[in-house]
Design a protein around this ligand. Structure first.
Ligand code: AHM
Ligand code: MG
Length: 340
């Protein structure tokens, strides 16, 4: 029998990983582990529907009905509700907020209220669903600041550096679950035959510098001149290997950032003349992805300020995003700051 660590790690389930992480902290109550477990179940339920996306017209409307029994929900609404319902009753959370809902999502009074807060983007990139392109769920976990009862806006509107965990599920050729609690970033791949996430990417580290950039270049004429110059510069064939940066843009943030995490480089969504702060949401997208990328050795900035230092004032506020390899993000910040 092969008893090496490598062989053992092949069978590291997400469940076991969460428990082993918890055991490293003697005072941990297990509440946090329970929370992560509920999230992993929630995203599996979403994945089950996402894999059927193209079949709805063929299979009819029987599988995804609303409570009144007759209508198929849009997948992003389905994901939103599924996650809420998977998380509302376990006693870990005091409040939630989702990109799909204008207001806070309260925990029903008859369920226990816990000490954590969860913010999520239920189905990031959902505009791509009909083309079978990778989408995902992004989540951010904070510790409440109020003492008890229903969570409030004060619990939710905390800067990103206060996050105690964050992660995402990626619905792609396989389903991945990537998370961090501040001790490395770990990636798990779902084995659909047993329904378990297995550790496939232990302690992910983003390359210090990459050679890929991702940006919606259709907005080029709306960018400020330095942003245009920066992207022009990436295309010049003067890089170390005599090649320009390669451009890759899926248009699904979670997928673009995942690729950036794996291969290095930079993802940019700057502000422009139409949208001063770009289009990405600080609380549901930028903060959790910044937490993951920083914990993997990378960086995330709004062009000037570290994303996780931005102090939020509104639930759905937007911020520009420059995220990826540390050298690439720092260079972008320097480039954008040059007075010409
Ligand atoms: P969504 O959360 O409603 O899907 O919107 C965010 C998405 C991101 O996933 C993606 O990176 C971005 O919008 C694409 O925007 P654009 O079409 O302007 O490039
Ligand atoms: Mg989104």
């Amino acid at each position: 029998m092969d008893t090496t660590h490598q062989s053992a790690s092949k069978f590291m389930t997400l469940e076991r990983h969460i428990i082993e992480e918890k055991n490293k902290h003697p005072h941990a109550t297990g509440e946090f582990s329970g929370l992560l477990h509920s999230i992993s179940l929630a995203v599996k339920l979403v994945w089950r529907e996402v894999t059927k996306a193209g079949l709805v017209n063929i299979l009819g409307k029987t599988d995804r009905m609303n409570v009144t029994g007759d209508e198929v929900k849009k997948l992003d609404e389905f994901a939103d509700e599924t996650i809420y319902k998977a998380m509302d009753h376990a006693g870990h959370l005091c409040v939630m907020a989702s990109e799909e809902n204008e207001d806070l999502l309260h925990i029903p009074d008859h369920y226990q209220h816990g000490k954590y807060v969860m913010l999520y983007d239920p189905l990031d990139g959902s505009g791509n669903i009909d083309a079978n392109i990778t989408v995902g769920t992004i989540f951010s976990i904070l510790m409440r600041v109020t003492n008890s009862g229903n969570g409030t806006m004060d619990d939710v509107l905390q800067p990103g550096y206060k996050q105690v965990a964050a992660g995402y599920a990626l619905f792609s050729s396989s389903m991945m679950f990537v998370y961090s609690t501040g001790h490395g970033v770990h990636g798990f791949t779902l084995d659909p035959s047993v329904g378990e996430f297995l550790l496939s990417h232990e302690n992910i580290r983003i390359p210090q510098r990459g050679a890929i950039y991702a940006v919606n270049e259709g907005n080029y004429n709306r960018w400020e001149p330095n942003m245009r110059r920066y992207i022009d510069w990436l295309k010049i064939e003067d890089k170390a290997d005599g090649r320009p940066y390669s451009g890759r843009y899926i248009g699904s943030l979670v997928a673009d950032v995942h690729r950036t995490l794996m291969y290095g480089g930079i993802y940019c969504y700057p502000g422009d003349t139409k949208n001063k702060n770009g289009k990405l949401r600080l609380m549901y997208e930028n903060n959790p992805l910044a937490y993951i990328v920083e914990n993997a050795g990378g960086a995330a900035s709004d062009g000037k300020t570290r994303i996780m230092d931005l102090v939020p004032t509104a639930l759905h506020q937007k911020s520009p995003l420059f995220i990826g390899s540390i050298d690439d993000v720092r260079f972008a910040e320097e480039f954008l700051a040059v007075k010409r």
